[in-house]
Ligand binder design. Sequence first.
Ligand code: NAP
Length: 254
Amino acid sequence: MHVLILGGTTEGRRLAETLHADGVRVTSSLAGRVASPKPLPGEVRVGGFGGADGLARWTREHQVDAVIDATHPFAGTMSFNAARAAATSHVPLLALRRPGWSPVEGDEWHPVASLEEAARTVRGLGRRVFLTTGRMGLAAFADVDAWFLVRSVDPPEPPHPARMEVLLDRGPFTLDGEREVLRAYGIEVLVTKDSGGAATAPKLVAAREAGVPVVIVRRPPVPDGVPVASTVDEAAAWVAARNTTGAAAGGAAD
Ligand code: NAP
């Protein structure tokens, strides 16, 4: 069985490790946004497929039996392309999405639908902004009259806010570390996507403790009709079920 994992996430990596250890042939696909991604087991390909048609072609040419969309919850274009490619090439598709975050008592959250709305919302909340939405999409904040601390894995490129400092770092982050960032930089407002997961959640706790409001960008929906697993184990079980079915079907034909 050949499984294509559309990756770029911790879950994608962990699923590749699990399937590889189970003896499944795995190819992980990365967009190529990160200059030096962490190593992955199995085969790795890097770069876009050329839209949904390109992805459908790739799955045919490489005899892919199942696709797991383990992209980041905000990689909406890739997820949409995966759904279209799966529909045309009739390859089973599963979305692996870690659950989103939920506010608890003491949080001051301002949910928004886009980075543009986040930029409008920030204006009324503070003038020292901790921006943790990644290096893409900074243009939305370019005209906001505030100072920004931008945290990203690789350096951002213009257009970006005129007044900013860049903190190059990659999760997981600790609660003590996040407390220190908020304190040392005098942060008045935090902007984040609802990425979910434990690796980047400590900033939300640190913000709650410090009374810092959080502008949180809601996730785009998973495309209609695509089944969703919320854990790596669930996704691995979905693959195993298909592997068994395939083996049984092959046995019957022999
Ligand atoms: P996107 O807007 O959904 O995708 C834009 C294009 O990038 C896609 O149409 C596709 O090009 C290519 N692409 C995206 N993911 C790919 C993958 N895994 N393998 C091959 N090509 C891929 O995606 P994005 O938001 O720019 O994210 C890019 C990557 O970074 C994703 O793999 C995602 O998991 C990861 N990531 C994203 C975020 C985020 O906040 N968006 C955060 C952390 C990690 P073609 O149309 O040419 O195939």
